[in-house]
Design a protein around this ligand. Structure first.
Ligand code: PMP
Length: 429
């Protein structure tokens, strides 16, 4: 790997810019930073917005229908909480269950049960197939890819476009290969590039012929209510579209309150066709007698209703938006006229994607790390941790405070200039 010490300054047009970048980087090293931008976690101030949850449910313990939340029972979760999220997740309340604290766990369980049980419409257990593959729109969410790796599910990358996954590629692949059993989708304010799928993409996903009769769309709507602008972006109703297309069992819908209330201490949701819900419930009943309804009751009392959720999310937005604005402003100031980078401008979610010249992302992350700025490892946005172009960096500005976000992004931009100009100088010979 090239270091700045090994690259001669040169005399070409990039040389002066490289000199400036080296000085800026030396400055950055001198600052002795220790900052972390690795994961899209809510900040402490965001968590404070839900502080009342710690005092709830007080001495209340009965749900609307009289269920005693302290006891076993209500295996599908509290109806009033399911009602509250039914519209946001676009799943009829009777097909939406509220279970556990993590949607990722539900995705994990769906894979396990599909491997060891038989999903509705499947000729056999996925574990008994010669090959099982999933389409992975890239850039994507690293934990989806880790699940596939964990279970030996082959990952086939498909590029994201401004409208969602490249559907020409998706439809071609799923029509031809019966081993392709699923696709990962983060349909709204996608992790990491902030894309919301267009109606045409949703329709195509619902209607496309698949060689596998048991094909599933893992519709991870993790950012359903996480708007950064006044526009409450909506995505097409995948479950309705699949049902209308004669594929009622095609979509598994996931969501959670992890980035609404407390990350890891919220409530997760699963929605799908009646057959799929019965299938998951049947298997889950073996591992759990029922969900934590005290936590669900606490959420009902705290969030109250759909408008309560919207109001709460506006308070998150007030904290998050200035950080996103700062990232975009600093990137424009530091990299805008360099031709070295492009970046996403999301209307919601938790991430910004920074695209640097091919072959530079890992080196930028390494240089930033040397300067005390921890970034998500380059490649994390791709299956097996390998970004073939080595050009994508995920920026997650939610956790550090505003001043730190600015400092971090200025530092990252310095690293982009350093690595980018080194490459240009090397190319100039
Ligand atoms: N899906 C996506 C796309 C996410 O970004 C995250 C959180 N980073 C999760 C799922 C995890 O959600 P949960 O806490 O409900 O498991």
């Amino acid at each position: 790997m090239t270091t700045s010490a090994q690259v001669p300054a040169g005399t070409g047009p990039a040389a002066a810019r490289l000199e400036e970048a080296r000085r800026a980087y030396a400055d950055l090293l001198g600052q002795g930073l220790s900052l972390d931008l690795t994961r899209g976690k809510p900040s402490a101030r965001q968590l404070d917005l839900s502080a009342d949850l710690l005092r709830l449910p007080g001495d209340r313990h009965t749900a609307a229908d009289g269920t005693d939340c302290r006891n076993y029972g209500a295996p599908n979760g509290l109806p009033e909480l399911r009602e509250m999220f039914s519209g946001f997740l676009q799943v009829p309340v009777e097909q939406l269950i509220a279970v556990g604290n993590s949607s990722l766990e539900l995705m994990h369980d769906c894979l396990v049960h599909a491997l060891l049980g038989t999903v509705p419409g499947a000729p056999r257990r996925w574990a008994d197939e010669d090959r099982v593959a999933f389409l992975c729109p890239v850039p994507g969410y690293d934990r989806h890819f880790s699940l596939c790796e964990r279970f030996g599910i082959e990952m086939i990358p498909v590029p994201m476009t401004a409208e969602g996954p490249d559907m020409a590629e998706v439809t071609r692949l799923v029509a031809a290969d019966p081993a392709i059993k699923g696709i990962w989708c983060v349909p709204k304010y996608s992790n990491p590039d902030g894309t919301t799928y267009s109606d045409a993409v949703v329709r195509a996903l619902a209607t496309m012929p698949t060689a596998a009769p048991d094909f599933r769309i893992f519709w991870d709507n993790a950012y359903a209510v996480h708007h950064l602008t006044d526009e409450e972006t909506e995505v097409g109703d995948i479950l309705g579209a699949c049902t209308a297309a004669g594929h009622p069992d095609r979509a598994f819908v996931f969501g959670s309150t992890s980035k609404i209330t407390f990350a890891g201490a919220g409530v997760a949701f699963f929605g799908s066709s009646p057959a799929n819900v019965a299938w998951l419930r049947g298997h889950s009943a073996k591992r759990s007698i029922g969900p934590d309804k005290v936590n669900q009751l606490r959420h009902v009392l705290f969030l109250r209703d759909a408008d309560g959720v919207r109001a709460h999310m506006r308070r998150h937005r007030a904290l998050l938006r200035p950080k996103f604005d700062a990232v975009l402003r600093v990137l424009a100031e530091e990299l805008g006229d360099t031709g070295l980078a492009t970046w996403s401008t999301p209307k919601g979610g938790y991430f910004i994607v920074l695209n640097v010249p091919d072959g530079c992302a890992a080196e930028v992350v390494r240089r930033a790390g040397d300067a005390g700025i921890a970034l998500t490892p380059a490649g994390a946005t791709h299956p097996y941790g390998k970004d073939p172009r080595d050009s994508v960096i995920r920026v997650s500005p939610s956790y550090p405070d505003l001043a730190e976000v600015e400092q971090i992004v200025r530092g990252v931009a310095t690293c982009v200039r350093l690595v980018g100009y080194e490459k240009q100088v090397a190319a100039e010979g």
